[in-house]
Design a protein around this ligand. Structure first.
Ligand SMILES: [Zn+2]
Length: 270
C-alpha cells in the first residue's frame, strides 16, 4: 500500500514536470514576418512612408477590409507553405512564421527574430509597387525593423484593371508581398521564366523589367516560387516538422508521458 502511494506520488510529480516543461519549453527558433496593414504614417528603413491599407480603391465585390486582409495573408502563407517541391520531404515545411500585426508590437508567438513589412498607401515619393532589403529578414542587425513595403495604392492604380474578380485582386497584392518578402530572404530576380508549381510560367520573383520582362497580366495569376528559388529558401531558412499550431502537439506530450511512466514502472520492477 505504501509502495503504491509512492508510485502514485512519483507519477503525479512527473505529470507536473512534463506539463511545466511543455508550457515553458523554449520555442523553436524561426524568423517571423509581421505584416502590418493598419498603421498610419509608418516608415520603413528606406524612409518610405505608408498609411493604412485601403481595400476600397480596388473594387472588391462583397468583401470587407478584414476579409481582404485575411485573404491576402492566407495567399502569402500559401506561397511559402502551400506547394509541393522536390526538395521538400513529406511532413516538413520552411522554418518561417507569418502573422498580421502592428509595427512596434512584436510577434505574438514570442520569436526573438522578427521583422515587419508595411502594406498600405504610400505617402512618400515612391511610384513603384514595393521594395525590400535583400536578406534582411535573416540578418541580425535588421531584426525588429520595418525591412520592406508593399505600396498598395500604386498596385491598385497600375494593375487592378488587369483583374476580373476578387481572387485576381488578392493575387496582385499577395504576389507583390511574397516577391518582396522573397528579396528579404535573399532571393534575386530571375533571368527568365523558371519551372514552378504555380499558375504562371513566371515565378514570384519575376518582374516586368528586362529580364525577364514578365507581362503584367501574369500578376493576376496565383504565381509560386520557382523550384530554384524554393531550394534557396530551404537552404536559408531550414526545414521543420509541419506545425499545425505553435503549441506542442498533445500526441508528443502523451508519448513523452507514457515513456516516463514506463520508466517509473521499470524502476519499480527492478
Ligand atoms: Zn524585386
Amino acid at each position: 500500500m505504501q509502495n503504491h502511494q509512492i508510485i502514485k506520488k512519483r507519477i503525479l510529480t512527473l505529470l507536473l514536470l512534463v506539463t511545466a516543461t511543455a508550457l515553458f519549453m523554449p520555442k523553436s527558433v524561426a524568423t517571423t514576418i509581421i505584416l502590418d496593414f493598419t498603421t498610419i504614417n509608418s516608415t520603413d528603413i528606406y524612409g518610405a512612408k505608408t498609411n493604412a491599407f485601403d481595400e476600397s480603391i480596388y473594387g472588391f465585390s462583397n468583401m470587407g477590409l478584414n476579409d481582404v486582409i485575411n485573404n491576402i495573408s492566407s495567399a502569402i502563407s500559401n506561397d511559402f507553405f502551400g506547394y509541393s517541391y522536390a526538395g521538400l520531404s513529406a511532413g516538413k515545411e520552411l522554418n518561417i512564421n507569418f502573422e498580421v500585426g502592428t509595427i512596434g508590437s512584436g510577434p505574438s508567438n514570442g520569436d526573438n527574430e522578427f521583422s515587419y513589412f508595411q502594406l498600405g498607401n504610400v505617402t512618400s515619393r515612391q511610384s513603384y509597387l514595393g521594395h525590400a532589403c535583400s536578406g534582411c529578414a535573416l540578418t541580425s542587425y535588421w531584426q525588429g525593423k520595418v525591412i520592406g513595403s508593399i505600396f498598395t495604392n500604386n498596385i491598385a492604380t497600375d494593375l487592378a484593371h488587369y483583374a476580373t474578380n476578387n481572387k485576381e485582386l488578392i493575387n496582385l497584392i499577395a504576389g507583390t508581398a511574397s516577391h518582396e518578402i522573397g528579396h528579404s530572404l535573399f532571393l534575386p530576380h530571375p533571368e527568365g521564366k523558371e519551372l514552378n508549381p504555380g499558375e504562371s510560367d513566371y515565378g514570384l520573383m519575376a518582374t516586368g523589367a528586362s529580364q525577364p520582362s514578365m507581362p503584367n497580366n501574369q500578376r493576376v495569376l496565383d504565381r509560386a516560387f520557382s523550384n530554384r528559388n524554393f531550394d534557396t529558401l530551404i537552404t536559408r531558412l531550414g526545414l521543420r516538422d509541419v506545425q499545425i499550431a505553435a503549441i506542442p502537439e498533445p500526441s508528443t506530450i502523451l508519448l513523452l508521458l507514457s515513456a516516463l511512466l514506463m520508466l517509473v514502472v521499470k524502476r519499480k520492477i527492478y
